[in-house]
Design a protein around this ligand. Structure first.
Ligand code: BDP
Length: 728
C-alpha cells in the first residue's frame, strides 16, 4: 500500500490538464485496494518484440499496467507470468495451437492457467494482431474493475470489415465534421508522421477497428494521384502495426479527370485498363491496400448510370481491378436521383434489389441504417433482408450531422442497437439486421460495418467528451453487433471517467436516455428531416422550395390544417411494401405501428387518439416539451457528479484516480457548458417547431404548455451561414 502511494506521488505532474486527448485509454491510477488486487495477479511480462505489432502489444500492456496499478516492486514475486504471443512466437503458446486455430486471424485467448508447473496469464492469438486486441481486452477488464480470477476468454470478431469512413477533403475540411479540421495533414505527409496518427491507430485497435477510408465519399479524383498515394502510404505504414488497413474513396470519373480519357463507361476497355493500372500502382505504394469506397450516381456524383450501366457494372469494374490484389469494393446504396419522382425513402431499394446476385464476390453493398439519411430515428433500411445473395454492410453515422452536432450529448449506442436488433423477418422471426450484417442469416463470410467518423484535430478528437462514446460504441458493435448499448456505455464511462459505481450509474442512465431526448425535441413520433437547410444546424421544419423537393422539410412532414405525416402505406407511396410481409403489415396498420414511427408511415389527423389518450396535436407538443425536460434532467444529473479539487488548490498534480468517485474539473466544466448549450438549443427546437406546426394546425396549445417566446417569423429569420461541417 505504502509502495503504491509512493509511486503515485512520484508521478511527474501532468503537463496538460485533462482535456480528453487520452480517450478511453487514460489508464488513470485505480483505487488503491483494486490496484493492490491486480498487482498480485501480474508478474513478469514475457513478450516477443520482433515485429512492430508485437512491440505495440507489449508497450500498450506495460503502459496500461504502469498507469493503472503502478510499477510494483513486488511484481514477479509469486504472481503469474504474463505471456504474450502466437504459436509462432512462443513455444509455450504453441501448446495451445488447437484452441487458437478456432479463433481466426483476429481472435485471441486470455487464460489464467498452469503450464509446466508455472502459473501463467496468457494473452495468446493465432496472429500478432490478436495479441494486441487481447492486450486491450485485458486492460479494459482492469479499467472497469472486473475480476481476473479464473480468467478464460475467447473472442473473435463477428464482422470482417470494421471501418471508419472519414469524410475528409484534401484541403482539411471535414464534411459534416464538428471536431475541427481533418486529422490528416496532407501538406506535411509523407515525411512528417504526427504522433497523433499512432494514437488514432491505438484507439481504433483498442476497439478492433481494422480499416479506415481516408477521404470523403464526395471524392476528389486527386486522392488517387501518385503524390497523394505516397501520403496515404505513409499513413498506412503508421497504421499497419495496429491491424488497420487503408482504403480510399474513388471518384467514378477519375479515368477522365486523372487519365484524360473521354469516358468513364465501365464497359469500355480503355476505362477498364485505366483502373487496372491505377490499382496496380496503388498496390505498389500500399501493398496491403484495402480497396475502394464508392458513392456513385447520388447527389450529383458521377457513376455508371451516366453511361446507361448499372450499379453492378460500376462496382464490378473496380472489383475486377482489385481482385488479384485481394482488395474489395464497398459500393454505397445511398442512392437517389432528383429526377425520380418516387418517395426518396423507396429509391435505394428500387435501384438495388434487382441487382441481387449480380456483384462480384469482392463487392459488398454498403447500406445506411435507415432509408432516408441518418435521422434521429428511422426504421431499419428495407434493403436489409431483401438481397440475400449479396453481402450487405451497415453504414452508421457517428458524427452527429442530424443530432445537434458535437455539443449535444446524444449517445448513439442505443440508436445502433435499435437498428441492429430490428427484425427484418426475411427468414422468419429472429432475422435481425445484426444477423444480416454479420452474415449468419444468409451464410456470407464477407461482412462489414462502417461508421462515418466524428474525428478531427480537436484535442477531444470528437469535438466533445461524450462524442468519444459514439466512436467507442461503434467500434464495439462492429466487433460484436449483439452487444448491449448499456454495457458498452458502462465500460466507456468507467474507462473515460472512473469505474466508481457512483460515477458509472448516473452517467450511464443519462446516456441511455439521451437519444430519445433528442428525438423528442427534434423529430418526435416518426417525423424526420426537419433540420435547417444545408448545414442542418437547428430547426427548419418550414424549409421548402429550392433545387429539389426531397431536400425540404415540407416534403417529409406534409403537415396542413388537417394532419401531419408521410403516408407510406398503399394509399400513399407504399414504401412500406418494401419490407417483409410481417413487418410491412405491422407498419402499415395505424393501430399496430409503433408510435415512435407513426408519422414516418402515416399521414394522421391532428385529433387522432394516441396511446396516452391525448390527441396527436397535444401529444406532439408534449413530446417537444418532454425533450427539453429530459435535457434539463441531464444537466441536473451532471451537476451532481462530484469533481476533484483543481490542481492549483491542491498545490500538486491532480490524482483523480486517488478519488475515484470524482471527475476532473476540466472535463466536468466543459461538459456542463455543452449541456447548457444543448438545453438552450433543445428549447429553440421545441419553440420553433411548435410555432411552425401551430401555424398549420391552428390548434391551441394544451393547458400548461408555454407559448413560444417569439413569433414564427423570428425563428424562420435565423441564419447561420458559418455553421460548421457543411457539405462542399
Ligand atoms: C448526407 C450528408 C452529405 C453526404 C451524404 C452521403 O448531408 O454531406 O455527402 O449524406 O452520405 O447525409 O453521401
Amino acid at each position: 500500500m505504502l509502495g503504491f502511494i509512493a509511486v503515485l506521488l512520484a508521478c511527474p505532474p501532468s503537463v496538460r490538464a485533462e482535456d480528453g486527448y487520452k480517450l478511453w485509454l487514460r489508464y488513470a491510477p485505480l483505487a488503491p485496494s483494486l490496484a493492490a488486487t491486480y498487482r498480485a495477479q501480474f508478474g513478469a511480462v514475457e513478450a516477443p518484440t520482433e515485429t512492430a505489432t508485437q512491440r505495440a502489444a507489449r508497450d500498450e500492456l506495460l503502459r496500461g499496467l504502469a498507469g493503472l496499478i503502478g510499477e510494483s516492486p513486488r511484481r514477479g514475486e509469486g504472481a503469474p507470468t504474463v505471456v504474450l504471443g502466437t504459436p509462432a512466437s512462443s513455444t509455450l503458446i504453441a501448446a495451445f495451437r488447437d484452441e487458437l486455430d478456432a479463433l481466426g486471424n483476429e481472435g485471441y485467448l486470455l487464460k489464467h492457467t498452469r503450464v509446466h508447473g508455472r502459473d501463467v496469464l496468457l494473452i495468446a492469438a493465432p496472429q500478432d494482431v490478436g495479441v494486441l486486441y487481447g492486450v486491450f481486452d485485458l486492460l479494459r477488464r482492469l479499467q472497469t474493475g472486473q475480476s481476473l480470477e479464473a480468467l478464460e476468454v475467447r473472442e473473435k470478431p463477428r464482422i470482417r470489415l470494421r471501418v471508419l469512413d472519414h469524410w475528409d477533403n484534401l484541403d482539411g475540411h471535414v464534411e459534416r465534421g464538428y471536431a475541427g479540421r481533418s486529422l490528416w495533414d496532407w501538406q506535411t505527409l509523407p515525411e512528417w508522421h504526427d504522433p497523433r496518427y499512432t494514437d488514432y491507430a491505438r484507439a481504433n485497435a483498442s476497439l478492433g477497428i481494422n480499416g479506415t477510408v481516408l477521404n470523403n465519399v464526395n471524392a476528389n479524383a486527386r486522392s488517387l494521384a501518385p503524390e497523394y498515394l505516397a501520403k496515404a502510404a505513409a499513413l498506412a505504414d503508421v497504421f499497419r502495426p495496429y491491424g488497420i488497413r487503408v482504403y480510399l474513396s474513388a471518384r467514378f470519373s477519375a479515368p477522365i479527370e486523372l487519365g484524360g480519357l473521354s469516358t468513364a463507361d465501365p464497359l469500355d476497355p480503355a476505362v477498364q485498363r485505366w483502373w487496372q493500372h491505377k490499382v496496380d500502382e496503388i498496390y505498389r505504394f500500399i501493398p496491403d491496400f484495402g480497396g475502394f469506397l464508392v458513392k456513385a450516381n447520388s447527389e450529383g456524383q458521377p457513376g455508371p448510370q451516366d453511361y446507361g450501366r448499372t450499379h453492378a457494372d460500376g462496382a464490378n469494374l473496380l472489383a475486377d481491378a482489385l481482385a488479384a490484389h485481394g482488395g474489395v469494393v464497398m459500393w454505397r446504396a445511398f442512392v437517389y436521383a432528383h429526377d425520380v419522382p418516387a418517395d426518396r425513402a423507396s429509391q435505394a431499394y428500387t435501384e438495388f434489389v434487382g441487382l441481387d446476385g449480380a456483384f462480384r464476390p469482392n463487392v459488398i453493398v454498403q447500406v445506411k441504417n435507415g432509408p432516408i439519411d441518418f435521422q434521429p430515428r428511422e426504421p431499419f433500411h428495407p434493403l436489409f433482408g431483401a438481397m440475400p445473395r449479396t453481402p450487405l454492410m451497415m453504414e452508421f453515422q457517428i458524427t452527429k450531422e442530424y443530432l445537434g452536432f458535437a455539443t449535444h450529448l446524444v449517445y448513439l449506442g442505443t440508436l445502433y442497437e435499435e437498428v441492429l436488433q430490428s427484425d427484418t423477418r426475411a427468414r422468419g422471426a429472429g432475422s435481425t439486421v445484426a444477423r444480416v450484417v454479420d452474415g449468419s442469416l444468409e451464410g456470407h463470410a464477407f461482412t462489414g460495418m462502417a461508421g462515418v467518423a466524428n474525428i478531427g484535430n480537436d484535442r477531444t478528437w470528437s469535438g466533445s467528451h461524450f462524442d468519444q462514446a459514439n466512436w467507442y460504441a461503434f467500434g464495439r458493435l462492429a466487433w460484436n453487433p449483439d452487444q448491449a448499448a448499456r454495457d458498452i456505455a458502462a465500460d466507456w464511462v468507467a474507462m473515460t471517467f472512473s469505474p466508481a459505481p457512483e460515477v458509472v450509474r448516473p452517467i450511464v442512465e443519462m446516456m441511455m436516455a439521451s437519444r430519445e431526448a433528442a428525438v423528442n425535441y427534434m423529430t418526435p413520433l416518426g417525423l424526420h428531416h426537419l433540420m435547417a437547410r444545408g448545414h442542418h444546424y437547428g430547426p427548419g421544419p418550414w424549409v421548402e422550395g429550392g433545387p429539389r423537393a426531397d431536400w425540404t422539410s415540407v416534403y417529409y412532414h406534409r403537415a396542413d390544417r388537417d394532419g401531419i405525416g408521410f403516408d407510406r402505406t398503399a394509399s400513399g407511396s407504399n414504401a412500406v411494401a418494401q419490407y417483409a410481409p410481417a413487418v410491412a403489415a405491422r407498419y402499415a396498420d395505424i393501430t399496430q405501428v409503433p408510435e415512435s414511427l407513426l408519422l414516418w408511415f402515416h399521414h394522421v389527423p391532428w385529433d387522432h387518439r394516441m396511446a396516452s389518450g391525448r390527441s396527436l396535436w397535444d401529444e406532439l407538443v408534449a413530446r417537444y416539451s418532454q425533450g427539453v425536460q429530459q435535457v434539463q434532467a441531464m444537466r441536473a444529473t451532471w451537476a451532481d457528479i462530484p469533481t476533484a479539487a483543481p490542481e492549483h488548490q491542491r498545490g500538486r498534480a491532480p490524482l483523480y484516480g486517488a478519488d475515484p468517485a470524482a471527475i476532473d474539473p476540466e472535463r466536468h466544466a466543459q461538459i456542463a457548458a455543452s449541456l447548457q448549450i444543448q438545453r438552450r438549443e433543445a428549447q429553440w427546437w421545441r419553440d420553433a417547431s411548435i410555432a411552425y406546426f401551430q401555424s398549420l394546425s391552428g390548434r391551441p396549445l394544451p393547458a400548461g404548455e408555454p407559448t413560444p417566446p417569439h413569433p414564427l417569423a423570428w425563428y424562420q429569420a435565423q441564419q447561420f451561414p458559418s455553421a460548421p461541417g457543411d457539405g462542399r
